[in-house]
Design a protein around this ligand. Structure first.
Ligand code: SF4
Length: 677
């Protein structure tokens, strides 16, 4: 194959083809990714909004895939970014580079098996819970029946079977009727649908593609579980990498509930002797009695009663698995029922074992945290037992970083000015160095721990002039937030700020309760419309907010990360309090304790890091294009006064900072005038 053009010239071609302008940060990023590919040294790149980050990594990745005839995996946290890559960036890039690369690069999207319609279930009609059959007619006029009927009709129209392409969507319950998890799938060689299966087709297409776009969950399953779901690849680009640890933790979290045990018993149906299934049923009843007497929350030791109940569940599940016996040559319908039962029994058995082993050894060396989850207001349902890893760094280091080169990128990767906090969570050795834009790519000393993966961090900056375009207002005069809702002074402050801004406000609250309280309280005091999360789908609310410049939108977590509204509709971001994890959050509190048990600072490592990441994401909602201007107002005075405030402030974009409410209101009024002119 002839020598391919350099990354720089390919990037210039790509930028010209999409009608953009070259930005120094984007060029630096592309060169750094190219170097990572060449040297095998992992790379973390912080690239602010507007850098053109996706082209910054796609160009070197595509060049590498074509040159080496290799596959590159790009992983995202959100469907929105996945769609942007597959529907916009990659098609344009493929066309733009076709001539220079000698052929048009190819790409494909790959999701978990559960996301595709299972045509075998569509044809065989194998129900999820056989004895629920009598409870409803799947084609009856019920929501579930209508959804399942729609799915049957859709199955003959769709070309991909991809759930995300079904608009409007169907309930999870309906989708579960006609889809399978990887463990429930019969396997392509045994399934009568075989190669016509949507999931198999998507996999085959991904195996032939230069770039495979996937999500963090599937990336985690591929890396952590025993079976390969992604095609062979030697380079992974993790976009939205600030979310990687949470997504991997979710994949590695297991739960055990009495409802799941009841479903497993039903799935066993007539496939095993009644007395064996009865033992599983009885173990479920025993677990229910124990759980209904326990409080919700983290467990620091395994209570004897729970240990006994879990051991009974483990043994009963094992007996059912043995009774189902080794695989037989049966008709495919029988095989489906057996597979569905086995998948559930295996999970119940393995989770019981994991729970029983979670408290082995001393606290500093435990790997899992266990808690009882449930609704404490509804004691009709027994809680669920959950188990999650305290950290996923070890797993990522061994299964993600060791086998291949990884590039991690996001607008928010440095906290308190360094990559250390996130690097630690990823299992990479800390390095206080953040390579700046003008530094060379070779100036970093190798890490002292030579067995540790080598990596470098680079901040390519942002095209925004934060100091000129944005004000960070720290309301130092307000009281510290308490537990009993928003203080009156906060509501008064919100009214004054929103009035000065003429609406145009995104309110980011640390709880749904606070968002609702603020929305209700200020609706009677301002003349602008106030939308609150939960009143419609979040996508619809964001659209209304973007379309009406006078509108305000209040909400919680998903708005902190998911709102992208450039222009005059968003000139004020209000944050009510520093978003520390709740003190009763079992995972965060256990992680904090584990750090302390090893002699570290649990609060800074866990709680402050969590808050810093969310605050940076929330503040990042303000400037979405180079012409945007506005204010980020943080009402919680601790950001200005507490000792950890410096770390949190250093995690925010470098806005011009003030404590003076009059200065802020005057600035907002000027912006409102300018936007209204
Ligand atoms: S291979 Fe698996 S997912 Fe595909 S149709 Fe068969 S059972 Fe369903």
């Amino acid at each position: 194959m002839p020598e391919l053009p350099s990354v720089e010239s390919l990037l210039a071609e790509a930028v010209e083809a999409v009608g953009g302008t070259q930005r120094p940060g984007q060029v630096e990023m592309a060169l750094a990714v190219e170097r990572a590919i060449r040297t095998g040294e992992h790379l973390a790149v912080q690239a602010g909004t507007g850098t053109g980050k996706s082209l910054g990594y796609l160009v070197p990745a595509v060049r590498h895939a074509v040159a080496e005839e290799a596959t590159v995996v790009v992983s995202t946290a959100t469907i929105a970014l996945q769609r942007q890559l597959v529907d916009r960036d990659l098609p344009r890039l493929a066309k733009a580079l076709k001539k220079s690369l000698g052929r048009e690069p190819t790409f494909a999207i790959l999701k978990g098996r559960r996301n595709y319609l299972c045509m075998h279930r569509v044809h065989s009609g194998a129900p999820d819970e056989p004895e629920d059959e009598g409870l409803f007619d799947p084609f009856a006029i019920s929501r579930l029946g209508r959804d399942v009927k729609r799915l049957h009709e859709w199955s003959s129209d769709t070309e991909t079977g991809d759930r995300d392409e079904l608009v409007p969507g169907v309930s999870d319950q309906a989708w579960r009727q006609l889809s399978v998890s990887a463990k429930e799938c019969l396997g392509v060689s045994k399934c009568p649908i075989g190669v016509d299966c949507f999931a198999e087709r998507a996999r085959a297409e991904a195996g032939r593609a230069d770039v495979v776009v996937t999500n963090h969950a599937l990336l985690a399953i591929d890396a952590l579980e025993g079976y390969k779901v992604l095609p062979e690849h030697d380079l992974v680009i993790v976009d939205e990498a600030h979310d990687l640890v949470d997504r991997v933790t979710s994949v590695a979290t297991a739960e055990l509930s009495t409802a799941a045990l009841a479903v497993a018993v039903r799935r066993c149906g007539r496939q095993i002797e009644d007395d064996v299934a009865d033992q599983l049923s009885e173990s479920g009843e025993g677990l229910e009695i124990v759980l209904s007497e326990m409080p919700i929350g983290r467990l620091d030791a395994m209570p004897r009663a729970l240990s006994g109940a879990l051991a009974a569940v483990r043994d009963a599940a094992h007996r059912c698995i043995t009774a189902l016996g080794p695989e037989r040559k049966e008709d495919p319908e029988g095989a489906v029922g057996r597979k569905l039962a086995l998948a559930m029994l295996d999970e119940i058995h393995d989770t019981s074992v994991r729970l029983l082993e979670a408290f082995d050894g001393d606290e500093a060396h435990r790997r899992d945290v266990v808690w009882l989850a449930g609704d404490f207001r509804d004691d009709s349902k027994p809680p669920t037992v959950k188990v999650a890893p305290l950290g996923v760094g070890g797993l990522l280091r061994e299964r993600l970083f060791a086998p291949r080169t990884t590039v991690l990128t996001s607008a928010t990767l440095t906290l308190g000015g360094t990559f250390d906090a996130l690097a630690r969570q990823w299992g990479l050795p800390a390095s206080s160095q953040v390579r700046e834009l003008d530094a060379t790519a070779t100036d970093k000393e190798p890490p002292s721990d030579l067995s540790a993966p080598r990596w470098s961090g680079m901040d390519v900056g942002s095209p925004f002039e934060h100091g000129r375009s944005g004000i960070l207002y720290l309301a130092r005069h307000l009281p510290t937030p308490g537990r009993d809702g928003l203080p009156q002074a906060y509501l008064d402050e919100i009214v004054e700020l929103v009035n000065a801004a003429g609406g145009r406000t995104l309110g980011l609250f640390s709880s749904m309760r606070a968002a609702k309280q603020a929305a209700e309280a200020i609706r009677t005091r301002i003349e602008y419309p106030v939308l609150c999360q939960g009143e419609d789908s979040t996508a619809q609310l964001v659209k209304k907010f973007a379309d009406d410049v006078r509108c305000c939108l209040f909400g919680t977590l998903s708005l902190w990360q998911g709102v992208d509204v450039p222009g005059d509709s968003l000139q004020l971001v209000i944050v009510d309090r520093i978003p520390f994890p709740r003190p009763d959050d079992p995972l965060a509190s256990a992680r904090q304790r584990a750090v302390e048990a090893r002699g570290g600072n649990g609060f800074l490592t866990v709680a402050a890091t969590h808050a810093a990441l969310l605050l940076a994401q929330g503040a990042g909602r303000l400037l979405r294009s180079t012409n945007d201007k506005g204010v980020v107002a943080i009402l919680d005075p601790r950001l200005a006064t507490a000792r950890y405030g410096g770390f949190l402030r250093a995690s925010l974009p470098p806005f011009w900072t003030t404590h003076d409410p009059e200065v802020v209101r005057a600035a907002l009024a000027r912006l409102d005038d300018a936007a209204s002119a």
